[in-house]
Design a protein around this ligand. Sequence first.
Ligand code: SAH
Ligand code: SF4
Ligand code: F3S
Length: 450
Amino acid sequence: MKPTTEPRTARNERPQTYRVKNFGCQMNVYDGERMGELLDAQGITPAAEGEDADLVVLNTCHIREKAAEKIYSDIGRLTKGKTQKKAPMIAVAGCVAQAEGEEIMKRAPSVSMVVGPQAYHRLPDMLDKAVKGERATDTDMPAIAKFGALPARKRRSPTAFLTVQEGCDKFCTYCVVPYTRGAEISRPFNDLLGEARKLVEAGAREITLLGQNVNAWSGEDDKGRAVGLAGLIRALDPIDGLERIRYTTSHPNDMEDDLIAAHGEVESLMPYLHLPVQSGNDRVLKAMNRSHTAEGYLRLLERFREARPDIALSGDFIVGFPGESEAEFAETLALVDAVGYAHAYSFKYSPRPGTPAATMDNQIATEIMDDRLQRLQSAINRDQLAFNAGTVGRTCSVLVERKGKHPGQWLGKSPWLQSVWFMGDAAIGDMVEVELIEARPSSMEGLLRA
Ligand code: SAH
Ligand code: SF4
Ligand code: F3S
């Protein structure tokens, strides 16, 4: 801990209410929930929708420049009373906090606390200091310590996230995650089983296992045998009331045979795989330090399709990595054509401070990146609509997550992670049978069957 003693500009009273604003990936959503539970345990309550919060936690993302810069405009709006009537106490958490903690403290005097993703279990101590007017930064990385120091789960929702693995040792040359989240660690098997049971007791019917490289998870089961992610999934499968298991995000190099096999064998494991590839060209992949080839990636996907023919495939792409030529980009488009994704994310390369790619020669002009992104996204959208159209006529389970805009309308997810709208008698948390009747680019219309 490195407390400083500059005076705070915002109020110094102990906050009564809080709000956590999450940016970035699902891991931040999970961390945001756990920070909320920590604050609940301090007697601070979530601010009601539309009400001012006394404490605002900005849980930030550093992955691309736009995401990271957003934090300063958010702090400015909060301080000037544009977001709320009263300026709140501000804590900055997440990956920008980890990467730029000192700079935030200098640039934004209204920030009371800066806390990194591996240190947020110490938020209550920092809060005590902040109330006394002491600003505090904690960006230590004590690896597993955090989880043991957090209060028990009590989140009530039909779907839940569960972080099983954190950090990354892959060091792709464009990426900040190894620096903001630290080295790869796996949480212990028994802790995860315990947390999953608590989530199910609180109403979760679907759990998504999270990790920056979730398929690098490894541990020892209750009999002391070494197990990988598939072993963990097989151990979670029998939990009474847990009907769906998902996991994200995987890395091609950590893929084990048993995980592929599990897709054909474990009924609760949903037919969906998010496997980022980034580029379809081997020279670019090598310069990215991805250590897999386009061909190797395609072969992996083939094996998943053999194990589970209806599996929905998803991926991540970066266009305009330094030196990417038009011909190399064309190979990315060819890979998309070859896969037929159900869904995929694509981004313009964003140079990140401290990463090797940021200082590589041949940075690509924005106009070229814009053009490539647009072409890639239209190919992905085409395939997504085709995937959705291919499911029309199927009757499948839908887990109801929320009400729709219109009376009697409900929204849930199909096994293939499509958003499905339907009308009828249902409630949040129901698992209903729905016939998919119409495909839209990013959702499906369904007809309630049972
Ligand atoms: N661990 C996962 C996800 C990491 S971040 C993986 O290895 O795939 C999510 C996605 O953000 C990445 O897959 C990549 O497509 C994108 N990304 C990461 N760094 C980026 C950068 N500097 N510019 C643009 N996109 C980036
Ligand atoms: Fe970033 Fe690569 Fe690690 Fe994914 S595998 S988090 S893209 S360094
Ligand atoms: Fe962003 Fe950190 Fe997640 S940089 S994508 S919040 S791991």
